[in-house]
Design a protein around this ligand. Structure first.
Ligand code: AVI
Length: 316
């Protein structure tokens, strides 16, 4: 089989495991099992990100609406997922008789169908127009066809899963697809007590470990790999200077792993690591310089009481 004939997953695994140090993209965490484990992470007490953003919306929804300051807009959410937190804003905007339409964007049409169904039950009066597809293709099409002012939501610290240079490029691209006056409400996890961060990504119940190790199981299931998952250990690190929070899968012994779909073996030295995820933490000045670099103006920061998380409102 030539490289061109491999699935994108197989190609990324070949590329990532051939690198030194080894690395795999965290987007492959999210198969069916991964989605279920991620839902459990979102609701565990140590994963403060979820509750902080929920608190911000519950306590500051009026200030957020006031800062948006638009009479009529489309609320376009990138990576809407199950819309759990967004519903707080949606419900409030409706109670205030705001003239808006909710436009969830997701690569998975199934995710959008489930979300639409839930919203129909919970908020039957809400105007919803789902936009399945790649974020930038969707944004580009919207820009070409619809001049309605937009408020884009990019929540949950998803931007943290991009290395800082790629985050800036992503946001610059996003800015290019907006019209002057359009807004972005974006979630960032803030630098804080390192113990709090490490605990969120290395919970005592081992849910995050299972979530990360599922990547090896996924390669076994989908690519015919023979990883012995018990020979690998989840390891988390936080660098308080850079804010980089990294997840690794560490091989506890020297071993070879064969991957049938690639017809190739990969050698692991004892204690060699695969870098599987970056969850970047930011300071407010770093967020402001990222906004400037991407061509946005920061309008307002909404932080939770503990100062753990911020939803920042930017304007093009
Ligand atoms: C999706 N993303 C923002 C999560 C994060 O915090 O980086 C993914 C995650 N990984 C482990 N726990 C949660």
């Amino acid at each position: 089989m030539t490289t061109a004939e491999l699935s994108a997953f197989a190609r990324d695994v070949l590329h990532g495991l051939s690198k030194t140090p080894k690395q795999l993209p965290s987007m492959y965490f999210y198969d069916e099992q991964g989605d279920q484990l991620f839902q459990r992470i979102m609701h565990m007490p140590e994963y403060y990100l979820m509750n902080c953003e929920l608190d911000i919306f519950e306590q500051q929804k009026a200030q957020i609406l006031n800062a948006i300051g638009l009479e009529h807009f489309h609320l376009l959410e990138l990576g809407a997922g199950d819309g759990y937190k967004t519903r707080v804003l949606l419900r409030y905007f409706m109670e205030q008789s705001v003239d808006f339409e909710y436009q969830p964007v997701d690569i998975s049409p199934n995710v959008l169908l489930e979300l639409e169904q839930r919203l129909r039950e919970e908020l039957p009066e809400l105007k919803v127009h789902s936009l399945p597809g790649d974020y930038f293709k969707v944004l580009h099409e919207v820009k070409e066809t619809d001049a309605t002012p937009k408020v884009v939501l990019f929540l949950g610290a998803n931007i943290g899963n991009y290395p800082q240079k790629r985050a800036a490029a992503f946001l610059r691209h996003l800015q290019d697809e907006l019209n002057p006056g359009d807004k972005l409400l974006i979630g960032f996890d803030l630098k804080k007590d390192p113990d709090v961060i490490l605990c969120a990504y290395n919970d005592p119940a081992g849910i995050t470990a299972a979530f990360n190790l599922n990547l090896l199981e996924r390669m076994n299931r989908e690519l015919g790999a023979n990883f012995n998952v018990q020979d690998f250990r989840h390891w988390e690190s936080y660098d308080p200077v850079t804010g980089a929070t990294r997840s690794f899968l560490v091989s506890e012994k020297a071993q070879h792993v064969f991957i049938k779909a690639l017809n190739r073996s990969f050698h692991f030295d004892a204690w060699e690591a695969i870098n599987v995820e970056l969850s970047q933490k930011y300071s407010l000045p770093e967020i402001e310089s990222l906004a400037r670099e991407a061509g946005f103006q920061v309008e307002q920061h909404f932080t939770d009481d503990q100062g753990y998380f911020v939803d920042s409102l930017w304007c093009k």
